[in-house]
Write a protein that binds this ligand. Structure first.
Ligand SMILES: [Zn+2]
Length: 102
């Protein structure tokens, strides 16, 4: 019987940022070219900009949603949305801080 377990791992956030697709129940959103309404099933890369997807996240992280997404995109790693937002938000703040310093 398979179950889902959240595992903490050390990552390069910029690597994830360049290969992540944000999905809802029906469609995907490319964070690279900001294309919306991407068909999810079997999705491997952005149909508009060609960005390769390795990670997927969703604002809805109910177990049912995670399971549906994993079924549609079995090769992608499901990233916790809040973790992703927190890290990318922090990175944005750091970038801003650096540009102020220079
Ligand atoms: Zn794209």
């Amino acid at each position: 019987m398979s179950e889902f377990l959240r595992i903490w791992t050390e990552v390069d956030i910029s690597e994830i940022q360049s290969h992540i697709v944000v999905v809802d129940d029906k469609f995907g959103f490319c964070t690279g070219c900001r294309e919306i309404g991407i068909k999810i099933e079997g999705l491997q890369k952005c149909p508009k900009c060609g960005r390769e997807f390795k990670y997927v996240t969703s604002r809805d992280k109910s177990p049912a949603m995670v399971m549906r997404t994993k079924k549609k995109l079995p090769n992608l790693i499901f990233v916790d949305y809040d973790d992703y937002e927190r890290l990318t938000g922090k990175k944005k703040a750091e970038t801003l801080f650096k540009s102020v310093e220079e």
